[in-house]
Design a protein around this ligand. Structure first.
Ligand code: SAM
Ligand code: SF4
Length: 330
């Protein structure tokens, strides 16, 4: 479906849980989040129904995210059942990788091929510090396993944080010389309480690009730097096996081409990550609403998708949203 700003809204990110087995310092406050009550989390069959209706409204791509999607029991079976929705041409997953080794085969059988794994440091101690206790070896085993099984592309997401992991930028970039990963640098956004805690740690991707440029020439992939309409500017170090992506929601927002909706774990539909405006789908669904009613709510959300997030979302006045990333679905 086309929104009022001529954007084709065909991509739905689904947060299957707000729970997580890590506490990344940029994503959650150290004491964790007040979790959504069990009854308020959408059941899988409710998610499937909403996704089916959304597919009828033009959604063709779905990304499963969270919180940490692999901590929710039955997630592989849920993903497998999405394959019965024929309008969907692309089902992908974002994970922190901690449980990936154990889940990889089931995910492969469920039809997932495209996977994004968050890994903010290559150093075990620093990884544990950023994630507040995460075991990097578990993630590395997971990455090895998905490569062995043939997942492709394997994308690795790094949120660059000044003074924490910015000394590893070149190590991450060098990984693409020998390995076919897409290493993606994501600019730090200030969301919720974690955003306040990380004030002053934002690092623009222009600085990261400049540093990586010292390793060799960065060639835009397909001559454009962005292959398939996604928000990443994609490059390759000359002669490298993998790619380097820059996702710059703060310094170079991509609102003009944003094709996304987000379904939150508690059943609300959001048209913009950085706006707290959302439409309740769970209530009408549980009160017996028919497909036509839910479809109309989805269309209404699309019709009200903001042109862009507030201009105050820059380095000096980063917007503080009420909900944190895990509940919204990053
Ligand atoms: N738990 C999974 C993971 O970490 O990959 C999926 C959910 S997580 C919210 C999705 C993505 O959002 C991760 O790549 C994470 O690094 C990113 N993210 C979380 N908080 C962020 C922030 N404040 N700024 C930029 N990216 C953030
Ligand atoms: Fe959990 Fe992902 Fe947030 Fe880290 S970024 S706390 S892994 S939801």
């Amino acid at each position: 479906m086309i929104d009022p700003y001529n954007r084709d809204i065909n991509y739905l990110r689904v947060s299957v849980t707000d729970r997580c087995n890590l506490r990344c310092s940029y994503c959650m406050p150290k004491e964790g989040l007040s979790l959504i009550g069990h009854d308020d989390i959408l059941r899988y069959e409710e998610m499937i129904r909403i996704i089916k209706i959304a597919a009828g409204e033009g959604i063709t791509k779905v990304r499963i995210t969270g919180g940490e999607p692999l901590v929710r029991r039955g997630v592989a079976e849920f993903i497998a059942s999405l394959r019965t929705i024929h309008e969907l041409t692309d089902i992908s997953l974002t994970t922190n990788g901690i449980l990936l080794e154990a889940y990889a085969e089931r995910l492969f059988e469920a039809g997932i091929r495209r996977i994004n794994i968050s890994l903010d440091s290559l150093n075990a101690d620093k990884y544990a510090k950023i994630t507040r206790g995460g075991d990097i070896q578990a993630v590395l085993r997971g990455i090895r396993k998905v490569r062995e099984l043939g997942f492709s592309p394997v994308k690795i997401n790094i949120v660059a944080i000044k003074g924490l992991n910015d000394d590893e930028i070149l190590d991450f970039a060098r990984m693409t010389l020998d390995h076919p990963y897409q290493i993606r640098f994501i600019e730090l956004m200030a969301l919720g309480e974690a955003g306040v805690e990380n004030n002053g740690r934002y690092l623009p991707n222009s600085v990261i690009r400049e540093r990586i440029g010292t390793l060799g020439t960065l060639q835009a992939v397909n001559g454009r730097g962005n292959r398939n309409g996604g928000p990443a500017q994609i490059y390759r170090l000359a002669g490298g096996a993998g790619e380097i992506g820059f996702i710059s929601p703060v310094s170079r927002h991509f609102c003009h081409s944003c094709n996304r909706l987000r379904l939150t774990a508690d059943g609300h539909l959001r048209a913009c990550l950085l706006s707290d405006e959302e439409v309740d789908l769970k209530g009408p669904l549980r009160q017996g609403g028919g497909d036509a009613e839910i479809g109309a709510l989805i269309r209404r959300t699309i019709a009200r998708k903001p042109k862009q997030h507030q201009e105050s979302c820059d380095e000096r006045h980063i917007k503080k949203c009420m909900k944190e990333m895990p509940a919204i679905g990053g």
